[in-house]
Design a binder for this molecule. Structure first.
Ligand SMILES: [Zn+2]
Length: 267
């Protein structure tokens, strides 16, 4: 930011991660940008029915913004929608998943840390979420890439304890260990859970192949439950170490519990 610090205005693309009401008619926006990472800005007057900016700063909207530097908070002065992701807005289930993507990006990032890959991932995932027949596949692909880009890539190829390469056959997954354990290392280990060889293969595929290849995978419901449950446990573990808000973690934990009970599908 040093070179730009004397400029009063700057332009950026952004995706709206979060909106909070502020003052009489304003909103505080949490944005994710390609070049500035996460930023918080004020959008004045956008809760007035006459606001011309309002539609361009809805949740999950990809916009081009002109922002003025302020004393404490920067101000949105112009906003134009690039993509409103309409398919996500007409379908409650897809809306809730878009909310999940935005929440995870918010929880796993600090303000002002650039991460262009993460911006692209979020942008692409919002698009895929609107068009994919297999929403869970999009979410798991997103989980794995996000974890990678924020420095928590789970180890899926060798035992995190003895470093033995894991081939065919069963293994354990340890959320606190950050990856898989071979059978002897994981046996009887508290909080480790068994992972089927099919699920491990799928996770590896999702972690290493691009989306164009991954989208062709056919994953049945049962396998999806297992994948979601494993990644949830890992994400909850990471957030509990101080990354996230209690509300969001509680919601995740409730879902993880339901998944483990073999029951209801995630929201
Ligand atoms: Zn081992």
């Amino acid at each position: 930011m040093s070179g730009a610090s004397r400029q009063r205005l700057y332009r950026t693309e952004a995706i709206v991660l979060r909106r909070q009401t502020f003052g009489e008619a304003d909103r505080l926006l949490t944005l994710y940008t390609p070049g500035l990472g996460k930023i918080r800005v004020l959008a004045k007057g956008v809760r007035k029915p006459t606001s011309r900016k309002a539609g361009h700063v809805e949740l999950f909207t990809h916009s081009r913004l002109l922002i003025a530097k302020g004393k404490s908070l920067d101000l949105v002065t112009q906003a134009d929608t690039v993509n409103a992701f309409l398919p996500l807005r007409v379908d409650l289930e897809r809306t809730s998943h878009a909310y999940y993507l935005a929440e995870l990006v918010d929880r796993f990032t600090e303000e002002g840390e650039e991460n262009g890959r993460l911006f692209d991932l979020l942008l692409n995932s919002l698009f895929w979420l609107g068009e994919s027949q297999d929403i869970d596949l999009v979410l798991r692909y997103f989980d794995l890439r996000l974890l990678d880009y924020v420095g928590y890539r789970p180890e899926l190829f060798q035992c995190v304890r003895c470093a033995k390469a894991l081939e065919e056959g069963g293994a354990f997954f340890g959320p606190a260990e950050g990856g898989v354990l071979c059978l002897p290392c994981g046996q009887g280990e508290r909080n480790c859970r068994e992972v089927s060889s099919q699920s491990l293969a799928t996770l590896r595929y999702l972690q290493t192949k691009d989306y164009e290849m991954c989208r062709r995978l056919r994953i049945d419901r049962r396998a999806h439950f297992e994948l979601e449950s494993l990644l949830r446990a890992y994400i909850v573990h990471l957030l509990e170490r101080g990354l996230g808000s209690a509300d969001f973690m509680d919601a995740l934990r409730r879902q993880a519990t339901r998944l483990d009970a073999g029951g209801v599908t995630g929201v």
